[in-house]
Design a protein around this ligand. Structure first.
Ligand SMILES: [Zn+2]
Length: 285
């Protein structure tokens, strides 16, 4: 993957000293069985899992959160800036073609836990997008986890993770996310999960749309595409459930099966057309 030749974004921010000051709304992540990670981390470190899940708010005055510019010599930060910059260019021109303006999101790099408008969130849930502040949150250690724990190495696999969260941002800008949230409020858990799967598969498809244009400009090759498809499969709900609980419960899926995640990513990748990503309109996902 030739990310060295991508334009660097100025929207990457590093935040240290996470704290809690009251949160609401749900962050949208990749669906990594965060709960299991949280519980195992809690067992290891003796931390209250509810705290890690961001369900408890700290009392007293929280330590201030300090925003600092990312260090320029950090290669991983550089990589994130390049991928984010490229998504800005690609989505900027896609929006422009339809007479719309692409409002680029900030991407916040953090360690351990982070406070967003969606509450205090632990790194254990994986990268996520918070629709309330329209920012993406990423703990760089997740990239290590992606290759070691989830068996998905490769630069483009990492880029896919960012592009998936950008997909949620696009949904937010287009109003899709608001529609989903409105429907969420009026329905039961099974239907909410089904709705969530459609929303997540659409984000996968939109990540593929971005991949289409990087491929077109010769910035990725077939091996890169394979590594992203592999990553999409590794974080399919069926594989995660089998790994963490030994059985597969499709009704509890929130992000889609490995096969579905690969197929929708591929749909975006091959077409380069966001209109092909209407996961809400198809009878069979
Ligand atoms: Zn997601």
């Amino acid at each position: 993957m030739d990310w060295e030749n991508m334009r660097r974004s100025d929207n990457v921010e590093t935040r240290r000293g996470g704290s809690a000051f009251g949160g609401r709304g749900a962050p949208l992540g990749l669906g990594l069985g965060g709960l299991v990670l949280v519980v195992s981390l809690s067992a290891l470190f003796g931390v209250n899992p509810l705290y890690l899940l961001g369900m408890l708010q700290e009392g007293g005055s929280p330590p201030p959160q300090v925003a600092v510019s990312p260090p320029t010599d950090d290669r991983q930060t550089e990589f994130v800036r390049a991928i984010l910059g490229d998504t800005e260019d690609v989505w900027g021109s896609i929006f422009q073609r339809t007479g719309k303006h692409y409002d680029a999101p900030k991407l916040v790099l953090f360690t351990g836990a982070v406070q967003s408008a969606c509450g205090l969130t632990s790194a254990a849930v994986g990268p996520f997008y918070c629709p309330r502040d329209a920012e993406i949150y990423l703990d760089l250690s997740f990239f290590q986890e992606l290759s070691q724990r989830f068996g998905a190495p490769g630069e483009f696999a990492r880029a896919y993770v960012i592009a998936h969260e950008i997909g949620h941002h696009v949904q937010n800008l287009l109003g899709t996310m608001k529609n989903v949230q409105e429907q969420h409020a009026r329905t039961n858990e099974a239907a909410r999960n089904a709705l969530s799967v459609r929303q997540e598969l659409q984000a996968d498809c939109l990540a593929g749309v971005w991949g289409h244009y990087t491929a077109q400009r010769g910035l990725i090759n077939q091996a890169d595409v394979q590594s992203a498809l592999h990553a999409a499969a590794q974080i399919g709900d069926d594989r995660l459930q089998r790994r963490t609980q030994g059985t597969v419960v499709p009704e509890a899926f929130t992000h889609g099966s490995a096969e579905q995640r690969v197929r929708w990513f591929r749909t975006g990748l091959e077409s380069g057309d966001p209109n092909q990503c209407n996961t809400f309109a198809v009878a069979q996902l």
